[in-house]
Design a protein around this ligand. Structure first.
Ligand SMILES: *[C@@H]1O[C@H](CO)[C@@H](O)[C@H](O)[C@H]1NC(C)=O
Ligand SMILES: *[C@@H]1O[C@H](CO)[C@@H](O)[C@H](O)[C@H]1NC(C)=O
Length: 146
């Protein structure tokens, strides 16, 4: 459930805050959702690792400094449009990346991955700053038992 709340801070600037109940997925739920969307099996463990590193599997995660959204912390600078209207690289509203069903998020990460490779950054996981320090090694543990 999402509840939008308008707050006015001490400077009188209107801030929009999204309050939400967290939905924390398990690593196996994330792996299953990726497989259902046809993500190549060799990429699945790395995406699960990235989801953990970015949001600890919280589908409602919002970083209020960098304005990254959802379980994969997709950036509103390039990929999603703040608010409820679709736009930017993934033609999505950022709020649509906070649903418990991460199908839309997965479409968007695949686009980010492909476009990152298209500009010569390989693998496309490089678009995530957490990939190199946390998820560029052996990620098999992230799908163990899934
Ligand atoms: C973006 O998505 C909306 C529907 O959510 C669609 O109407 C629109 O044509 C799309 N725009 C682009 C450029 O694909
Ligand atoms: C998530 O949404 C997609 C597309 O809207 C749908 O095809 C899929 O069945 C949904 N998955 C679940 C687990 O509800």
């Amino acid at each position: 459930m999402l509840l939008n709340l308008i707050l006015v801070n001490v400077f009188g600037i209107v801030l929009i805050s999204t309050l939400s109940e967290s939905k924390i997925m398990t690593k196996c739920e994330v792996a299953k959702a990726l497989r259902q969307k046809g993500v190549p099996e060799k990429e699945v463990p790395t995406w699960v690792c990235i989801a953990n590193a970015e949001s600890r599997f919280d589908t409602h995660a919002v970083n209020r400094k960098t304005w990254d959204y959802g379980i994969f912390q997709i950036s509103s600078l390039y990929w999603c449009q703040s608010g409820d209207k679709p736009g930017k690289g993934c033609n999505l509203s950022c709020n649509s990346l906070l649903h418990d069903n991460i199908s839309t998020d997965i479409d968007c990460i695949r686009k980010v991955y492909a476009e990152t490779e298209a500009i010569g950054q390989r693998p496309g996981f490089k678009a995530w700053t957490t990939w190199k320090p946390h998820c560029s090694g052996d990620n098999r543990q992230w799908v163990q038992g899934c």
